[in-house]
Design a protein around this ligand. Structure first.
Ligand code: CA
Ligand code: CA
Length: 229
C-alpha cells in the first residue's frame, strides 16, 4: 500500500481511505466508482457563500455520506446513510450549514462490502416561495444567506418583501444566475430596515431570491413574502 494512503479500522471492518483528490464544484454532479470492498473516497469542498447546502447521492446502491472538517473531525448533521428509504432507495442526503472560505472534506463509501458506481451533487439549499404566503426565514450562521426559488404562473409585476425587526438585504437573480437587482431598506423608518424588491417577472421562469442580514454578525429570523401587484 502506498504510504500516502491511510488505513482506518471500524470494528472488524478494514476501510481503505484514499486521499482527497477532487474539488467539488457546487451544482456539478460527480461520478464515484467504488471498485474495492470497503474503499472510501474523499473530496474537498470550499464554499464561496455561507449558508445551507444539500449533499445527495443518486443511484441504485447503498451509499453513505460524511461531511467533515479538513482535519477530519465531525461536523454537526454531516453524516447520513439512508435519508428516505424506500422511496429514494438506499441513497444518502445531508442538509448542512457551511461557512464560506472554509474547506471541508466529503467522505463517501458504500454500506458493507458493496462495490459499484453512483453520483453525488452539492447544491445550495433553495426553498420554494409560494405567492401570498408569508414564510419564516431563519439564518443561523453569521454572514449566511438563505435562498428561495419563485416561479410565477402569470407574467406581471411582483413584490418580494421581508417583515420583522432585523435589517435584511435582498437580491433577485434570473434563471441563469444573473443578478437583476437588490435592495437594502425600501421604506425606512416606516418599514424598519426591511428589504423589498419590485420587479417584472415572466410566467414559467424560475427566479432566485437570496436573503442575508445587512450586518455580518447578525443571526435570527424574519418573514419573506411575494405578492403580485
Ligand atoms: Ca445508504
Ligand atoms: Ca435592510
Amino acid at each position: 500500500m502506498d504510504k500516502s494512503w491511510g488505513a482506518q479500522s471500524s470494528g472488524s471492518t478494514q476501510f481503505i481511505a484514499s486521499p482527497a483528490q477532487q474539488k467539488i464544484n457546487i451544482n456539478t454532479a460527480i461520478n464515484v466508482a467504488i471498485n474495492s470492498a470497503y474503499e472510501k473516497k474523499y473530496y474537498e469542498l470550499t464554499p464561496s457563500i455561507t449558508g445551507s447546502y444539500i449533499v445527495e447521492t443518486f443511484g441504485s446502491i447503498d451509499t453513505i455520506l460524511n461531511l467533515m472538517n479538513l482535519d477530519r473531525t465531525s461536523v454537526a448533521n454531516g453524516y447520513n446513510d439512508d435519508w428516505n428509504y424506500p422511496a429514494n432507495g438506499r441513497n444518502a442526503k445531508i442538509t448542512i450549514q457551511l461557512v464560506k472560505g472554509k474547506t471541508y472534506v466529503l467522505e463517501t463509501y458504500l454500506w458493507s462490502a458493496g462495490m459499484g458506481s453512483f453520483t453525488f451533487i452539492v447544491n445550495e439549499n433553495i426553498q420554494s416561495l409560494s405567492l401570498n404566503t408569508s414564510t419564516l426565514t431563519t439564518i443561523n450562521s453569521a454572514g449566511g444567506y438563505f435562498h428561495y426559488n419563485f416561479t410565477p404562473s402569470v407574467s406581471g409585476t411582483y413584490a418580494f418583501e421581508t417583515t420583522g425587526s432585523l435589517d435584511t438585504f435582498m437580491y433577485l437573480y434570473d434563471n441563469k444566475g444573473n443578478q437583476l437587482t437588490y435592495n437594502d431598506d425600501w421604506n425606512y423608518p416606516t418599514n424598519g430596515r426591511n428589504a423589498r424588491i419590485v420587479y417584472s417577472l415572466t410566467a414559467g421562469t424560475t427566479y432566485k431570491i437570496s436573503l442575508r442580514f445587512y450586518s455580518n454578525s447578525v443571526v435570527g429570523s424574519f418573514y419573506t413574502i411575494v405578492t403580485k401587484l
